[in-house]
Design a protein around this ligand. Sequence first.
Ligand SMILES: NC(=O)c1ccc[n+]([C@@H]2O[C@H](COP(=O)([O-])OP(=O)(O)OC[C@H]3O[C@@H](n4cnc5c(N)ncnc54)[C@H](OP(=O)(O)O)[C@@H]3O)[C@@H](O)[C@H]2O)c1
Length: 249
Amino acid sequence: MNHQPPHLHLKERVILVTGAGTGIGRAAALAFAGQGATVILLGRKVGPLERVYDEIEAAGGPQPAIFPMDLAKAGEAECTAMAEGIHRQLGRLDGILHNASRFDNLSPLEIQTAEQMLGMFRVNVLAPFLLTKACLPLLKRAPDASVVFTSSTAAHHPTAYWGAHAVTKSAAETLAKIWADEMGTTPNVRFNVVIPGAVRSPQRQKSHPGEVADLLPEPSAIMPLYLYLMSHDSVGVNGQVFEAQKHLS
Ligand SMILES: NC(=O)c1ccc[n+]([C@@H]2O[C@H](COP(=O)([O-])OP(=O)(O)OC[C@H]3O[C@@H](n4cnc5c(N)ncnc54)[C@H](OP(=O)(O)O)[C@@H]3O)[C@@H](O)[C@H]2O)c1
């Protein structure tokens, strides 16, 4: 599948992107806005979100919204307030890309701490669960809504030193599949999982410090799959796991 959407394929859609200031999240926010979507840029650091905001405006995209949030501290109340804010300011929500993730470093389980395990669980699993739950009433009201979770090959092939990161990515994928199954009777909301594969990003530099980053694809290279999953073209596709590098443009 080589998805080449026609221009403004996401016109009038409102899409929340977590971890939108850098790497894959930044590329996705630019790609969605480039196809006419209003994107809600969520991240912890405001500076990178503002730079993405400016890039979207400079490219003539619809005015985005910035929502700074530390997902490590997000509880039910914060997520509900966010969903209410989206409803009040934008009136609808057509998609969520759960892309933000905490990764510390590669290390043996023997030295990983409770704080690391719980901290990664909060950002990589609990926050996507709570954000989805809070936004579900809005998503159900959309003509066709798409929720995309981000996994990793480490979840499918857990090997030494990937510790809490692999465990939480595996949990996030399970979460997405359960949402997909439970929403099987609500065909206008679909849930799928993307495994990005190796692309150039700050997190990749942390996980593979010895790698020559220039040899890796840019995050923009894997956007065809993200655009497909956020567009009407993927209506009816639910509970699937996609490897983004098999869908390069
Ligand atoms: N690049 C790869 O090769 C690769 C491979 C497999 C999977 N992935 C997955 O792809 C996704 C994107 O990663 P990336 O490679 O593009 O790395 P990245 O640029 O480092 O993106 C991670 C994002 O997560 C956000 N984040 C981290 N902790 C947060 C928190 N507590 N609250 C809110 N936001 C938080 C960061 O925002 P702040 O800077 O504002 O904290 C950052 O924008 C991740 O889920 C990653 O696991 C990437």
